[in-house]
Write a protein that binds this ligand. Structure first.
Ligand code: SAT
Ligand code: MN
Length: 586
């Protein structure tokens, strides 16, 4: 009798017709074999093994460098179930459409069966996935990003409790590229891309899209959030989770070297991208990081913006679409002030300044979390860490103040549901356009977002002491376009204010949008920032916010009658507070 996993592998092999099948065990020997093969066939380029031991460069197809949201589908029986913010296709239609693309797709190729655990090996909150792929790069990346191989098979045994994901590079033609999710069957089919979130199916496809569906059914939360611990001078650590859209600095914040270290405030990393959060028996919200590595944006990363990751990626790291120096080292824009001479760009061509970027703006490093000097001793705690604050944020050049606190859980859900951000290179499409991205989940919610808001609202009352909810904006600019806040390690000052709020120590001004720090409640010593700049950073402009409030109304209309009433109420209350305050300031 074959196990459910064996049956699925056999069925997939009948469809894709690989030359051979390799079951990945996750061992070092296996990784060495895969690496050798990739070096031979050009999938990997060896980096300088003296300065970057066991590090390799992968160049993806130039048409395949970011998630492709337009080709990503939620396939549920009813269109309504996927909701107005997802691309939808009926499951039967989706399968008819892409089964032919899988038919024979692995001829002459190796099929890797990649069993993996999302979450610590022995956590009750962890879940198993199995990815079938014809990409050795994907298999090697999954070994960094998850607990891959034997540990997963041991945990699975003969059970059918795993999320299957079938992946093939296909012919890498964007016309034949689809990332299909079947949440009702907990199944993923992805074809035609070898890149990041399109191909490493444990990450966005499982740990967010499919998991958000499971989480709603089972009463927990799967969120696009980093998890960090803020240590205070007494050694007490307070845990926070934060949602920002892709490429808005989650990794840098999670791995931050605190500017207040001399005062005893340190930041510890649990995760940089995804949080799975459950209500524990004691009524706290407990978070685990389902991943085991960081798939971070390279450009802009340097010894100042993220020294911890710079240290982490000096060995056993895969680089994708970065530039290459003459001495065989990786290079990207923002690594050093001046590009070194003789650079090769991410396409493998000699680079010269007017020819655009040496590294693709969405180039990445894939590095085991265990390399990071900032890693928390509790990052694999099977029980998770208790979350005291949830933080939402995005890039808002004008509107949002540096930080504000929601009035309560329901208002916090409204703040998360209405967040917006200017787009980045992490997805294909225009960069710098403002778009609503609720809870940073717009591209990752596996079901109707109105129902997702409802699920958030329902979670609050299940918690004994719900986390405080904050909104931050590191990206506010002055009238002449300059960033007002220095960001990076200085962001700890904002985290410290949150901690002080949690502990009832810090002052705040009540504004129509929520509580904003009093200028004296932020710890600013050692930072040269003028009173005026601070005032600009913290300002809440009623007329700008009235425009925002209207835009939120339009966004909410997308959901027709399905939007939960409490969010309509919050919207109306915001409108009321804004009009009273503009009367008051007239
Ligand atoms: O390509 S990924 O989805 O893995 C990275 C991101 O966009 O956050
Ligand atoms: Mn992400």
């Amino acid at each position: 009798m074959s196990t459910p996993l064996e049956s699925w592998v056999e069925e997939s092999a009948r469809l894709t017709k690989p030359a051979k099948i390799v079951w990945c065990d996750g061992s070092v020997a296996e990784n060495d074999r895969l690496t050798d093969e990739m070096l031979r066939d050009g999938t990997f380029i060896e980096l300088n093994q003296r300065t970057y031991p066991r590090c390799y460069l992968h160049r993806s197809n130039p048409n395949d460098v970011a998630r492709t949201e337009g080709l990503t589908f939620i396939c549920t029986r009813e269109k309504e179930t996927a909701g107005p913010t997802n691309n939808w296709m009926a499951p039967s239609e989706a399968k008819e459409k892409i089964r032919p693309l899988f038919d024979g797709a692995m001829k002459g190729r190796t099929m890797y069966v990649v069993p993996y655990i999302m979450g610590p090996v022995n956590s009750p909150y962890s879940k198993i996935g199995v990815e079938i792929t014809d990409s050795a790069y994907v298999a090697a990346s999954m070994r960094i990003m998850s607990r891959m191989g034997k540990a997963a098979l041991d945990r699975l045994g003969g059970s059918d409790d795993f999320v299957p994901g079938l992946h093939s590079l296909g012919d890498l033609n964007p016309e034949r590229r689809f990332i299909m999710h079947f949440p009702e069957e907990k199944l993923i089919w992805s074809v035609g891309s070898g890149y990041g979130g399109n191909a490493l199916l444990g990450k966005k496809c499982f740990a967010l899209r499919i998991a958000s569906w499971m989480a709603r059914d089972q009463g927990w939360m799967a969120e696009h959030m980093l998890i960090l611990g803020l240590e205070d001078p007494s050694g007490k650590v307070t845990y926070m989770a934060a949602a920002f859209p892709s490429a808005c600095g989650k990794t840098n914040l999670a791995m931050m070297v605190s500017a207040l270290e001399s005062q005893g405030y340190r930041v510890w990393t649990i995760g940089d991208d995804i949080a799975w959060m459950h209500v524990a028996e004691d009524g706290t919200l407990r978070a685990i990081n389902p991943e085991a590595g960081f798939f971070g944006v390279a450009p802009g990363t340097n010894a100042k913006t993220n020294p911890n990751v710079m240290a982490a990626l000096r060995h056993d790291t895969i680089f994708t679409n970065v530039g290459l120096t003459q001495s065989g080292e990786p290079w990207w824009e923002g690594m050093d002030p001046e590009p070194p001479a003789g650079l090769i760009d991410w396409n493998g061509r000699q680079w010269s300044a007017p020819n655009g970027a040496a590294a693709h703006p969405n180039s990445r490093y894939t590095v085991p979390a265990s390399h990071s000097p900032s890693l928390s001793s509790r990052w694999e705690d099977p029980a998770g860490v208790p979350i005291s604050a949830l933080i939402f944020g995005g890039r808002r050049a004008r509107l949002a103040p540096l930080v504000y606190e929601a009035r309560d859980w329901q208002h916090g859900v409204f703040v998360g549901a209405t967040m917006a951000s200017e787009t980045t290179a992490a997805a294909t499409g225009a960069v710098g356009v403002s778009r609503r991205d609720p809870m940073a989940m717009l591209p990752f919610c596996g079901y109707n977002m109105a129902d997702y808001f409802g699920h958030w609202l329902a979670m609050g009352p299940k918690l004994k002491n719900p986390p405080k909810v904050f909104h931050v904006n590191w990206f506010r600019r002055s009238a002449d376009g300059k960033f007002l806040w220095p960001g990076y390690g200085e962001n700890v000052r904002v985290l410290k204010w949150m901690l002080d709020r949690i502990e009832g120590r810090a002052g705040a001004n009540d504004t129509p949008i929520g509580c904003v720090p009093t200028p004296n409640s932020l710890t600013l010593d050692g930072l040269s920032i003028s009173r005026d700049t601070l005032a600009e950073l913290l300002a809440v402009n009623s007329s700008d916010w009235s425009e925002e409030e209207q835009a939120v109304g339009q966004f909410f209309n997308k959901f027709d009658g399905r939007l939960p009433a409490p969010l309509r109420q919050e919207h109306a209350s915001l409108g009321g507070r804004l009009s009273r305050s503009s009367v008051a300031t007239k």
